[in-house]
Design a protein around this ligand. Structure first.
Ligand SMILES: [Zn+2]
Length: 149
């Protein structure tokens, strides 16, 4: 049987790996970019990241938070999301152990984390015009909500 600390390390590594994928979702979905086929790249110079540039947390730390090629700063959001997701998974594991409940809570927390960050970065959902929605906005006093018609 594995020592408990080793299980926590495995859960954390799993969490930061999923957290790395959450960063892909957070960045690409609002821009309607492909999340599966397009390789990760630098936003400034287009440098396609190698496998060793994609190791969650460690790549950002070893590169000093900068692109390997052009030295453009890479947002601290990336390692923070990865680390936070890893910690959330360890907390879930602490309370529920290896169980289906853990799996479901991890999925739920990851979805909430990705959605929260995406919402903080800007509008994710485009509201379509509807008279009923407009009336509810008037009642709520929301006149500056982004909408498309
Ligand atoms: Zn670059």
């Amino acid at each position: 049987m594995l020592p408990v600390i080793l299980l926590y390390i495995v859960v954390f590594v799993y969490g930061i790996t999923i957290g790395s994928f959450l960063n892909v979702l957070i960045y690409r979905i609002p821009k309607k970019e492909n999340i599966a086929i397009v390789r990760s790249h630098c936003m400034k110079c287009g440098y396609q990241l190698k496998w060793y540039d994609l190791v969650p947390l460690f790549s950002w730390l070893t590169l000093g938070g900068r692109c390997r090629k052009c030295k453009e700063k890479i947002s601290v959001q990336y390692p923070l999301i990865e680390a936070l997701n890893g910690v959330l998974y360890m907390i879930v594991f602490y309370y529920y152990g290896l169980s289906i409940d853990s799996l479901l809570y991890c999925l739920l927390f990851s979805a909430l984390l990705a959605l929260s960050v995406a919402l903080c970065k800007g509008p994710v959902l485009r509201l379509h015009y509807s008279p009923a929605l407009n009336r509810s906005r008037d009642v709520a006093g929301c006149h500056n909500v982004t909408s498309s018609s």
